[in-house]
Design a protein around this ligand. Structure first.
Ligand SMILES: NC(=O)C1=CN([C@@H]2O[C@H](COP(=O)(O)OP(=O)(O)OC[C@H]3O[C@@H](n4cnc5c(N)ncnc54)[C@H](OP(=O)(O)O)[C@@H]3O)[C@@H](O)[C@H]2O)C=CC1
Ligand SMILES: O=C(O)C1=N[C@H](C(=O)O)C[C@H](O)C1
Length: 266
């Protein structure tokens, strides 16, 4: 079996480290390079925590693609870098698998068009954990029966974007099946700004950031005399890696951009 040649962007990050280890330990994947803001021209094996994992380090992603000609880019960086990397990957015929969050609907539209023009597969997944995908699917199912819902997402305090990509995706899936609705009392007023959270299509989203947390979300539905809570917890970033592996394998056979792992996990 031909190995899939993979580049990881953001290898020193919390998710990037897990992804490097996944690629290194998967027989049919080959880590051909990493994209890092520092250490240009060096080798990953010389960086703390990566002993024995050989891969050239590039800061310039275009030079990397020209020299190593990878099949797939795994991006786990920041919203700004992730958008730029995804676009450049598609320009160079490299299939992106993007876990980075903070992409807007306009970004997704632009990248979908580009992937189609190039006839290339791309996967952008706000959450790679199978349990989180199920939480989103169950929430979408429940929304047919309960039209009042609020989302509480809880993350570590080093997270850059709020609300989380998962919370936005959950609200998008719910809003596909329920009519737009202004929840709460029509005359309610915030005496402290932000008390009712952000809203997506009328669905309140509350973001909690605390040290000690990893990635957690509750979707709370309220009805007459009852409530339903659907909760998912990632206690370790290893929870995301089976989804990353499946995405790298699947993207090789796609010719369009897929947004969300729920389209891949049947
Ligand atoms: N889809 C999913 O299942 C999951 C997605 N995420 C998302 O993944 C992303 C990364 O999260 P996390 O690992 O916690 O974040 P970290 O801050 O730990 O890691 C991000 C890494 O990206 C690097 N980076 C930033 N800009 C560039 C650039 N231009 N080129 C190369 N590397 C760059 C940073 O380098 P430096 O150290 O120099 O700043 C850092 O090492 C976030 O958007 C997060 O929301 C997180 C968990 C799960
Ligand atoms: O930054 C994180 O940690 C996470 N980000 C993703 C998101 O924004 O939804 C996925 C997961 O929640 C962890």
């Amino acid at each position: 079996m031909q190995k899939i040649k993979v580049v990881v962007a953001g290898p020193r990050g919390r998710m990037g480290r897990e992804a490097v280890s996944l690629v290194h330990h998967t027989d049919h994947f080959e880590l051909v390079a990493v994209i890092d803001r520092i250490n240009d021209g060096g080798n990953l094996a010389n960086i703390d925590g990566f002993a024995g994992i050989e891969a050239p380090i590039f800061t310039d992603i275009e030079r990397c693609f020209q020299e190593v000609k990878p099949d797939v880019l795994i991006d786990l960086t920041t919203p700004e870098a992730g958008k730029k990397h995804t676009e450049i990957a598609l320009q160079y015929g490299v299939r992106p698998v993007v876990g980075t969050t903070g992409f807007t609907e306009e970004d997704l539209e632009r990248l979908t068009k580009l992937a189609e023009e190039k006839g290339l597969g791309a996967i952008i997944a706000p959450n790679f954990a199978v349990g989180a995908i199920l939480m989103m699917k169950f929430a979408q199912m429940a929304a047919k029966y309960f039209t009042d819902v609020e989302i509480i997402e809880l993350h570590h305090d080093q997270k850059l974007d709020a609300p989380s990509g998962t919370a936005v995706k959950t609200a998008q899936l719910i809003s596909m099946v329920r009519p737009t609705k202004k929840q709460g009392h029509p005359n309610e007023k915030e005496t402290l700004e932000g008390a009712r959270g952000a809203t997506y299509d009328g669905i309140p989203i509350h973001s909690v950031r605390l040290p000690g947390l990893i990635a957690h979300q509750e979707v709370i539905f309220g009805g007459h005399g009852q409530a339903l809570t659907i909760r998912h917890d990632s206690f370790h970033r290893a929870s995301f890696m089976s989804g990353v592996k499946l995405s790298v394998e699947t993207v090789m056979n796609l010719h369009t951009l897929v947004y969300g792992l729920e389209h891949i996990i049947e």
